[in-house]
Design a protein around this ligand. Structure first.
Ligand SMILES: Cc1cc2nc3c(=O)[nH]c(=O)nc-3n(C[C@H](O)[C@H](O)[C@H](O)COP(=O)(O)OP(=O)(O)OC[C@H]3O[C@@H](n4cnc5c(N)ncnc54)[C@H](O)[C@@H]3O)c2cc1C
Length: 578
């Protein structure tokens, strides 16, 4: 052995002497790069997504039946899909690498409360606002404006979920602001302007503004009734009047928003207020950022802790009815959590399939390996079922005059927020695993998707809160359950397993005494049945078949456990067209 080593070292010495003598150093050619996929970039995130196109058109066409002069405006989705697959994709990487930085004071010690973002974050915001992500349904006459906006939000999240937070909050704030006409008249034209102005200056100097939300305090987030922040009238009491707010908020995302909807205790109870970051006279409001949260995900978005030391704010809606006033905003942010989590799943699926179509292992492309095709098909099934639920909600949102659709929204927003956000967590992990080792490397989007998924499940009311909200809605307004069951019944008679589970679900509601303990169990069944009914009525038959054969059975479920016989190849082929 030792003589072999010395032989080798003698050879190496001779070669290197030869190299030096001939005047150059020779480097070894170690390998050629083969069997590494090309990244998924420079693509159109809408036209490459036949599933989104299908659900967008299906529900848009249903609306068209009532409106003959209808144009589905699919071009808007197409245009945004192009931005997402090109410049916004790279912006998403930069905005998450160079994360927001808080500056409390300027160089000479003046308090500025400023968060600085990377230019890529501003690019994401400016592009989304130009396309109406934050306002389309409120300032356009399109019959399917919510469907278009939902598709845009879905596409945007795939480039960067973080900037989706201020966009969503601005969009969702509108119905709450409308409850106070004098304030709405001043602020809403600036929301509708479709103009992004990130400067740290008063709202009245801006053409376009964004709105945030500050409810959560240290002693209670889910239970906002525990809020201790106080509001005292500066002169008269009541809706639209100015108040002095003293207190704190434990979470306040997008703290550079131009104003925030805030909950605080006034004499008449918990009330809702609009707090601008700058006062109408042009000086800084008494709104102080303490620090930014050091979060595991959602990195491009700044989330702060704030204190109000006598901050000016105007009361929105009736005194003592704060939760009722802000609930419209909360409901829409929950809706966006559904679209957002579906989008995380979609981006994960697109990346996983793209990789598996190019990567070979054990003599075959991964996509052709039977077990991998099971995993990929199962991920597609979940992703499509989630999107279907979200788009069905957008379809209901596009019918504000229809009482039944509004009841559907009341129940299904909480249902979807619970189920879709929960499913996304495991889903993003499985998609990551499909990409193998590179799935955990930050140069791919996979770690970002994975870290984002639990955030959506936790904020805007965590899982249990959604389930309890469903019970509350059913108790307070039993008609919402009737509307829900009628919706499910439309799919009755086509599949025995569906009918059986529907009958079983009905019996679950009878055990009122243990409903709270069993709430997750019940809500899970409701969500699965709703997704099944949508796939059965409007979906791809292969996907519906796989969903029924996996989710409607009692078996425990990991992704990749579809039973033999499902058309895995067909399902995968239907998902990504590039
Ligand atoms: C990244 C991020 C950004 C955020 N941005 C904002 C923001 O901009 N504005 C804002 O106002 N808030 C914001 N939040 C706060 C968020 O909405 C709250 O964290 C969330 O509502 C939960 O409140 P909590 O943290 O006080 O948890 P808790 O209320 O302490 O709840 C803890 C757990 O207990 C469960 N639970 C509570 N009550 C019950 C019950 N009765 N039965 C069974 N289980 C129960 C909850 O589901 C939860 O899982 C943000 C949070 C995050 C993570």
């Amino acid at each position: 052995m030792s003589s072999q080593i010395s032989d080798v070292s003698t050879k190496t010495e001779i070669i290197s002497q030869e190299c030096e003598l001939s005047g150059y150093r020779r480097y070894a050619e170690t390998h050629n790069v083969i069997n590494q996929p090309l990244p998924l970039e420079n693509y159109n995130a809408y036209s490459s997504d036949p599933i989104l196109g299908h659900w967008f058109r299906t529900f848009s066409q249903s609306l068209a039946k009532a409106n003959h002069a209808f144009d589905s405006n699919e071009k808007k989705c197409w245009e945004y899909g192009k931005c997402v697959g090109h410049e916004l994709q790279s912006a998403g990487f930069l905005a998450n690498k160079y994360i927001p930085e808080f500056l409390s004071h300027d160089r000479y010690g003046h308090r500025i409360d400023q968060v600085n973002y990377h230019p890529a974050y501003h690019q994401l915001m400016a592009t989304a606002i130009k396309h109406g992500h934050h306002c389309l349904p409120w300032q356009s006459n399109y019959a399917n404006a919510h469907l278009i906006r939902a598709a845009i939000a879905y596409l945007h999240t795939q480039a960067d979920p973080g900037s989706g937070c201020p966009l969503t909050m601005t969009f969702a704030a509108v119905p709450t602001l409308k409850k106070q006409p004098n304030i709405a008249a001043e602020w809403l034209p600036k929301v509708y302007a479709q103009h992004y102005d990130p400067d740290n200056k008063p709202f009245f100097m801006k053409k376009g503004v964004t709105i945030g939300m500050a409810m959560t305090e240290k002693q209670g987030g889910s239970d906002v009734r525990a809020n201790t922040t106080t509001a005292k009238p500066l002169s008269k009491r009541g809706p639209g009047e100015p108040y002095d707010i003293v207190g704190h908020k434990w979470f306040c995302s997008a703290p550079m928003s131009d104003a925030f909807l805030v909950l605080a205790q006034s004499k008449g109870g918990l009330s809702c207020f609009l707090m601008p970051r700058w006062c109408p006279e042009g000086e800084k409001n008494q709104f102080f950022i303490q620090r930014l949260k050091n979060k595991m995900g959602n990195l491009s978005n700044a989330s702060s802790e704030v204190e109000f030391r006598g901050a000016l704010a105007w009361m929105i809606g009736e005194e003592g009815r704060g939760v009722n006033t802000i609930i419209d905003m909360v409901s829409l942010t929950r809706f966006d959590c559904i679209m957002g989590s579906s989008a995380l799943m979609r981006q994960g699926v697109a990346q996983a399939i793209h990789y598996a179509r190019q990567r070979k292992a054990f003599g075959k492309l991964l996509v052709e390996q039977p077990l991998m095709s099971n995993v990929l098909a199962d991920l597609v099934v979940e992703s499509e079922a989630s999107l279907a639920l979200g788009m069905r909600l957008a379809f209901a949102l596009d019918q504000p005059e229809d009482t039944e659709q509004q009841m559907f929204i009341r129940l299904v927003t909480a249902l979807g927020k619970y189920w879709v956000c929960k499913r996304a967590v495991q889903h993003t992990y499985e998609a990551m695993e499909c990409v193998g080792g590179m799935g955990v490397v930050e140069e791919t989007v996979m770690p970002r998707l994975y870290r984002e998924a639990p955030v959506n499940a936790i904020w805007e009311g965590s899982g249990n809160i959604q389930c309890l909200d469903i019970l509350r809605a059913m108790n307070k307004q039993p008609e919402v359950l009737d509307v829900f069951m009628q919706t499910l019944s439309q799919a009755k008679g086509s599949d025995l397993r569906f009918d059986k589970l529907l009958t079983k679900l009905k019996t679950q509601f009878k055990d009122v005494q243990h409903a709270e303990f069993s709430a997750r169990r019940i809500v899970e069944q409701m969500a699965i049945l709703l997704q099944a009914s949508l796939l059965l009525q409007y979906g791809n038959s292969d996907v519906a078949d796989a969903f029924f054969n996996s989710r409607l059975t009692e078996a425990s479920h990991q992704y990749g456990t579809l039973p033999y016989g499902v058309n895995a190849k067909g399902i995968i082929d239907s998902a990504v067209s590039l």
